[in-house]
Design a protein around this ligand. Sequence first.
Ligand code: HEC
Length: 160
Amino acid sequence: MKSKIVVFAGIVVIALMTACGGSGKKEAKGKFAPPTKAKPMTYEEAVADWKNQKGLGPIKSITLGEFDPELAKKGEEIYKLKCTACHNPDNDKIGPAPHGILERRTPEWIMNMILNPEEMAKNDPIARGLLMKYNTVMANQGLTEEDARAVLEYFRTLEE
Ligand code: HEC
């Protein structure tokens, strides 16, 4: 009688060990869990999601306050001096026209593009797509954050 119980217990143990094969599967599942970093976006996906695209660089968050015409004037001067070699306000030149830019890019993205164009061209999905299209890396003009903010204010006058 006792030996029968031992044999039965043995079968139960074997059954449990076989079931443990399942725990191996669980481990495999863990390996295929979604990666913690978001999947890189394509240019088209990022453009469709532009309102959430802040770009890469020092600018994390900007609130555009009331329009400041003096700041915009200063921005226009900086722009004329440092940007018109490659940009026209209204039509594409070496780079895209900034006309209506605030209706397709966030203020943070624009300032990061001005301050950090090399890294943007490498790792930002929108800037990478633009580089493919325009075939020239936007030059870093060495603007300070203040100057870049002034240019952004000038861009507010170019809205559609
Ligand atoms: C050497 C030429 C060159 C100069 C100088 C230059 N840019 Fe650019 N810019 C480009 C190119 C080319 C692109 C398209 C992105 C790329 O290819 O890297 C671009 C893209 C941009 C964009 C994104 C436009 C969009 O539609 O998304 C902004 C904003 C911009 N430039 C602003 C400026 C400002 C402001 C200056 C001056 C401080 C400036 N750029 C100077 C060539 C230039």
